[in-house]
Design a protein around this ligand. Structure first.
Ligand SMILES: [Zn+2]
Length: 520
């Protein structure tokens, strides 16, 4: 420490004695050198904290009025105030700020805060997460990635409010490779209160707050094709997982495992396969739409006002949609799961869709309330995902209850707990497409129909589980509502609903084809 002080003193002296024209700070990184404006005052070099953040692509918030700037990393916040001789460092996980004293004040220059950058290495390291060194007169070097943000930063720990890390919550992980992705279960002894994930350049980073891991048990040097390896480190009170993923990576989901402390991570493949052959392009081309009229035969579905039956409306809308499709998109095969008043098992509907290589599955239904008539109204579009609201869960239960009409209702695994995650995982790689179509549908309904739209929602529908393709379930309105029942019963109303669905298909098709071209 003494040596460092003498060295600093010496260098300041040198600069003061032989004044140099310095108007730049050179930030030396692996990828090259970035120059940012700087100025020298009384031998100390100052740079704008905003320029620094921009140069290193650090998130920041700058208050133009006050000149206060806050840099933000995954773990830390660093606040600076102009004309002040301190920086405030706050770990996100504790929220407890720590003051870092500077030997000199920051400046306000042209509305920007300039900090004495050579004196800020310690707090800046915690944001940049790399070893930082300063070379006189104006070179700032980025070194190795830090294994620990807190090591050697004793000044940080005289803060009695910083909770120490007690033991290890995360004790291991299991990896389950599936056809369309990888399922990872993180074993945890303690409840993990929050997590955060981000993806960049082949690295999926997931940070678990307020829990540490037994590193040697969760690091994996070699996993597979999609997830290549797993690198873990404890960062203060948090744990960071880095999954190095292959080119076929598309999306991920992180969730608390039901009924325990474990975390489930699903990492998904892209939908389209990679080899750029004619056969593959044919395989994925948008050539079949499956229209599923809900209920039928012995299963009337919901009963609305004036004894109106859901199965009749869903069939009428389905047939009208099919007619439009055949006329407007003759190159696309229209597949019906039923064309007349027949009962079809839910699992068979998915089977029909798969056997016809459907590229989009649209299940048409009507909503109802227990009390009839009632004011509840509006359209809803559902995605296959665990239901978030009681209402969504109830709707899924109602629609799923038709399996009681089937001969072997036991064939359906209960869509609760981990089962759901496993069955819906097959769908996760299509989720981006299902979401897009749902969003387009909702927009079309809002523009074209006089009905209210209740938005895009999610719930666990058996009928969607079976179809291996992007899929949605539409509740076209409430037949327990007098006005909506009248609208849905009318040929004009049914035609309008069908036309809106078709408009969404049309827009979706061009989106899908663009995505496919980009991916194949
Ligand atoms: Zn229904």
């Amino acid at each position: 420490m003494k040596f460092k002080l003498i060295f600093l003193f010496f260098s300041l002296l040198t600069l003061a004695t032989f004044p140099q024209e310095i108007d730049e700070l050179l930030i030396v990184t692996d990828e090259g050198t970035i120059n940012i404006p700087a100025f020298l005052r009384e031998g100390t070099i100052y740079s704008s904290i905003v320029d620094f953040a921009e140069a290193l692509k650090i998130n920041f918030f700058a208050n133009e009025k006050t000149g206060k700037v806050e840099l933000k990393s995954n773990y830390m916040l660093l606040k600076s105030t102009p004309k002040n001789s301190f920086l405030i460092v706050t770990p996100r996980s504790t929220g407890v700020p720590k003051v870092y004293q500077l030997p000199t004040s920051s400046y306000l220059r042209n509305g920007e805060t300039y900090i004495p950058i050579a004196y800020c290495l310690d707090p800046l390291e915690m944001i940049v997460e790399k070893k930082l060194t300063f070379e006189t007169p104006n070179k700032f070097l980025l070194g190795e990635r830090l294994a620990s943000l807190f090591e050697g930063k004793d000044w940080f720990f005289d803060n009695p409010n910083l909770p120490p890390t007690i033991g290890y919550g995360i004790t291991g992980l299991t990896i389950n490779e599936k056809a369309n992705g990888t399922l990872i279960r993180i074993h945890s002894k303690t409840r993990i209160p929050s997590y955060y994930s981000s993806y960049e350049d082949g690295e999926l980073k997931i940070i678990f707050r307020k829990v540490n891991a037994e590193i040697e048990k969760v690091n994996k040097e070699k996993v597979g094709e999609l997830v290549k390896n797993i690198q873990t480190r404890n960062v203060g009170p948090d744990t960071e997982f880095i999954f190095n993923v292959g080119e076929q990576y598309s999306t991920n989901e992180v969730m608390n495992a039901p009924g325990g402390n474990d975390i489930l991570i699903t990492i998904h493949n892209k939908v389209f396969s990679y080899s750029n052959t004619k056969r593959n392009i044919d395989k994925w081309s948008f050539d079949a739409v499956v229209i599923d009229a809900g209920h039928g035969g012995k299963d009337p579905g919901a009963i609305g006002v004036d004894k109106i039956k859901e199965k009749e409306i869903t069939l009428a809308v389905a047939l009208k949609l099919g007619e439009i499709l055949k006329k407007e998109m003759p190159d696309v095969k229209t597949v019906y799961t039923r064309k007349d008043d027949n009962f079809i098992d839910l699992y068979k509907r998915g089977k029909i869709a798969n056997e016809n290589n459907g590229k989009l599955f649209i299940s048409i239904h009507c909503n109802v309330t227990k009390k009839k008539p009632s004011d509840a109204n509006g359209t809803e579009v559902y995605l296959l995902r665990p239901g978030r609201t009681t209402e969504a869960i109830e709707i899924a239960e109602t629609e799923n209850s038709v399996i009681e009409y089937e001969e072997n209702p036991d064939r359906y695994e209960k869509l609760t707990d981990e089962n759901f995650i496993l069955v819906s995982m097959a769908h996760s790689s299509y989720m981006k497409y299902s979401e897009k179509f749902a969003e387009l549908l909702d927009k079309e309904f809002a523009t074209n129909l006089k009905l209210n739209t209740r938005g895009v929602k999610q719930a666990g529908f058996y009928v969607l589980v079976g179809a291996s393709m992007p899929s949605v379930l539409i509740e076209t309105g409430f037949i327990s509502n007098k006005e909506e029942a009248k609208f849905l019963k009318s040929k004009k109303g049914q035609q309008q609903v069908a036309e809106s669905i078709f408009s969404a298909i049309k827009t979706y098709r061009s989106y899908y084809e663009k995505e496919m071209e980009a991916e194949l």
